[in-house]
Design a protein around this ligand. Structure first.
Ligand SMILES: C[S@@+](CC[C@H](N)C(=O)[O-])C[C@H]1O[C@@H](n2cnc3c(N)ncnc32)[C@H](O)[C@@H]1O
Length: 356
């Protein structure tokens, strides 16, 4: 089970220290209780989504209202995974690729790792996944058996909070650590975001790659300012409090807004993820960022590469060419993809593999 994010022993920040009345009654301070409730609420939302998706076929999913933006985002992720597999397999070694994915969800990216490795002439030898949602855990295991297990990957999946738990993977045991569409959940508190980078640095091989993507705080705020807080598009809804849209922020952390995407998540609290603080925390653990772009910019650039044109046709679909193109690109512009590493050589190898 997910360990609680806050407990009696954590400083709650109410200023009363040991004298905090909630602490004396051995109850979490109301601020901590609220944070725990929110984490449980988010896990329930993703659990419900996993249950809903369990009875939905691939063809049903194509008819989802949000299909165009999902396909577009998946196209970008598939290209980035493909490039990571190509450059990491070139590092030598014939032992296969060791993948660690946090916030792995229901295993949405398992097939991408399998196909990426296959195209690079390698395979996934070990896969470590971690997610908050326990319903996602069983779905991810089933996906892993379908896509990774049959090629002999050793699979381990942990149900935990990535911003608090020690990731259940040995030091230096991954060639690549990936956290897709989820970094923004860590921006509730600096401790959680910095814990992520500490764990990533521990688990990642020193010449490995860290691939992350997140809803970009700047992009959220820009939309909120244009629409007085409540942003509605064909593909998403954002409810952004006035202090966030007016940028009266006390800190880069803890700036909460609420996100909804049809057929996906409804009213899930997220946090403005601020690129400056992200790069600072990453740097503290020795990471340098070699590439950082919005999903729409990436999609448009990647589709021009001959290597990805077939993938763009199959996965980009309506998102790139159909009647929903403009709305899908606008939704993709909410998200940013960044590639980090601890050696310039690893970043250069990634860019070469991507032909950027
Ligand atoms: C938008 S989904 C992305 C899933 C998958 N990575 C993808 O790209 O499709 C966000 C995922 O983050 C997980 N998540 C949210 N907060 C988390 C936390 N604190 N620790 C671990 N996982 C978390 C959710 O359970 C959910 O599976």
């Amino acid at each position: 089970m997910t360990p609680p994010r806050f407990g009696y022993s954590n400083a709650c920040g109410c200023g009363a220290g040991q004298g905090c009345p909630a602490r004396a009654r051995r109850r979490p301070h109301p601020r901590m209780a609220a944070a725990n409730d929110e984490l449980a609420h988010r896990a329930r939302k993703y659990d419900a989504m996993a249950v809903m998706h369990a009875s939905v076929t691939f063809h049903d999913r194509r008819a989802f209202d949000s299909a165009a933006v999902r396909y577009l985002n998946n196209f970008v992720k598939a290209c980035m995974v493909d490039a990571a597999c190509r450059c990491l397999c070139r590092r030598g070694g014939d032992g296969g690729l060791r993948v660690a994915e946090v916030a792995c969800g229901r295993g949405q990216d398992h097939s991408k790792w399998m196909y990426g490795c296959r195209a690079a002439g390698t395979w996934v030898s070990t896969y470590f996944g971690l997610d908050l949602s326990s319903a996602d855990h069983s779905a991810a295991l089933a996906m892993a058996a379908k896509f990774l297990g049959r090629h002999g990957a050793e699979v381990r999946i942990q149900t935990a909070d990535m911003g608090v738990a020690v990731w259940d993977a040995p030091d230096g045991s991954a060639d690549v650590v990936s956290c897709q569409l989820a970094m923004h959940y860590l921006w509730d508190a600096e401790d959680h975001a910095s814990h992520f980078f500490q764990q990533a640095a521990r688990v990642l091989d020193s010449a490995g790659l860290l691939l992350i993507s997140y809803a970009d705080g700047r992009s959220v705020v820009r939309r909120a300012r244009q629409s007085a807080g409540a942003v509605r598009s064909r593909f998403y809804k954002l409810e952004v409090p006035a202090e966030c849209s007016a940028l009266r922020l006390k800190s880069p952390f803890g700036n909460r807004y609420v996100f909804t995407m049809p057929d996906s998540v409804e009213s899930v609290p997220e946090y403005l993820c601020h690129e400056g603080s992200l790069l600072k925390l990453a740097k503290r653990e020795g990471f340098v960022c070699g590439l950082s772009m919005y999903f729409d910019e990436l999609a448009l650039r990647l589709r021009k590469l001959p290597r990805f044109s077939e993938l763009a046709r199959r996965m980009g679909g309506d998102g790139l060419d159909g009647p929903d193109r403009q709305d899908a690109l606008d939704a993709a512009n909410l998200y940013r993809f960044s590639v980090l590493a601890r050696t310039p050589a690893a970043l250069q190898a990634f860019k070469n593999a991507l032909s950027f």
